[in-house]
Ligand binder design. Structure first.
Ligand SMILES: Nc1ncnc2c1ncn2[C@@H]1O[C@H](COP(=O)(O)OP(=O)(O)OP(=O)(O)O)[C@@H](O)[C@H]1O
Ligand SMILES: [Mg+2]
Length: 323
């Protein structure tokens, strides 16, 4: 089956950043209904990948490679109002308030989207509005409210309703729960899961929060300085991370259920783009590095089972995976 999203050898550099690329040679397929998690520390290029998919890279970016969505090539510098591959995508952000117009009631904001997608008759539009609000578990009366009258969780639900109104096939969620409290976060993740299954949505979930990724995503990509360093089904990444960076991210999760919680681990050093070496970008911080790591770039190789791919000359042995 043809993938819904196909990213081929995508590299992106922002203006004024010299040779430091925000994304380097990314390849990724996302199929209808597939859930993909994108993880990595701040500045590794997660949002840049989302913006590239939406055709929303800022002017002046240099890019190479190709993205197609439902067979249509993405125009990286999208012109407003033009029908395009972007119509297949909806994106929700960390801070939902900034994505909503503060002076228009949310019902009207959703109706605008419904009208743009067709259905000009008043009745069907109102029906569709009620339908998308109920799908995201918001009462119909909410349609009269303005964004400032809603909580952060409700605003995020409104953005999900807008994604449904757009009839998007892929939802890109960039840190959708970071600004929410713990219980609202769980509710939004549960809703995201339910909508994904009911509507057969493909989801690209970007998060620092590995527990959110574990709840929603089947495939996981770990990015480091703009490069994919590990890609595998979620259960493999969590059970037996092969790349030392993936293992470091997992080891940094606090284990509060233990009687005497472990000391919180952190990776030494930082991941600034400018600190690029000719070899593996993670080598300066890696306890498993050898002389090759600093000289040659490890390719993203398949493990024997073909499901797990990692870019490392000295991967962690399988038996040593985290429990
Ligand atoms: N508009 C911009 N101009 C110049 N550099 C940028 C711009 N936007 C992002 N960058 C740089 O590109 C790199 C990737 O940024 P990006 O926002 O994609 O990271 P991220 O993984 O989403 O980080 P975070 O987790 O903090 O959101 C960073 O080094 C960042 O400083
Ligand atoms: Mg980001």
């Amino acid at each position: 089956m043809n993938p819904l999203v196909s990213i081929r050898d995508l590299s992106v550099s922002y203006p004024g950043r010299g040779t430091a690329s925000a994304l380097k040679h990314i390849n990724l397929d996302i199929h209808h209904g597939e859930t993909v998690g994108l993880v990595g520390e701040s500045g590794c290029g997660k949002t840049t990948l989302a913006l590239a998919l939406m055709g929303m890279l800022p002017p002046g970016c240099a890019w190479q490679g190709e993205i197609s969505i439902a067979g249509q090539q993405v125009d990286f510098y999208q012109q407003a109002g033009r029908a395009s591959a972007r119509d297949q995508c909806a994106m929700i952000f960390q801070n939902p308030q900034t994505s909503l117009n503060p002076v228009i009631a949310i019902g009207r904001q959703i109706i605008r989207i419904i009208r743009r997608r067709g259905g000009l008759e008043k009745q069907p539009t109102q029906q569709r509005l009620a339908e998308v609000l109920s799908l995201v578990e918001l009462p119909a009366e909410c349609s009269k409210l303005y964004p400032h009258e809603l909580s952060g969780g409700m605003q995020q639900r409104v953005l999900l309703a807008m994604a449904l109104a757009r009839q998007a096939n892929i939802l890109i969620a960039d840190e959708p729960t970071t600004a929410l409290d713990a219980s609202t976060r769980m509710q939004i993740l549960a809703l995201l899961n339910r909508l994904q299954q009911q509507q057969n949505l493909a989801v690209l979930l970007i998060s620092h929060d590995l527990s959110a990724i574990a709840r929603v995503c089947r495939q996981v990509l770990i990015l480091y300085q703009g490069r994919v360093v590990e890609q595998a089904p979620q259960e493999l990444i969590f059970r037996q991370p092969r790349h030392p960076y993936s293992a470091g991210l997992l080891a940094a999760i606090p284990k509060i259920h233990r009687r005497r919680p472990d000391k919180l681990l952190s990776l030494p050093g930082d991941a600034s783009l400018e600190a690029v070496t000719s070899g593996c970008a993670f080598a300066p911080r890696c306890s498993r590095r050898d002389v090759y790591c600093e000289q040659q770039l490890p390719p993203l190789n398949c493990a024997l089972d073909l499901q797990q791919r990692f870019a490392c000359f000295n991967p962690r042995p399988i038996q040593g995976g985290l429990k």
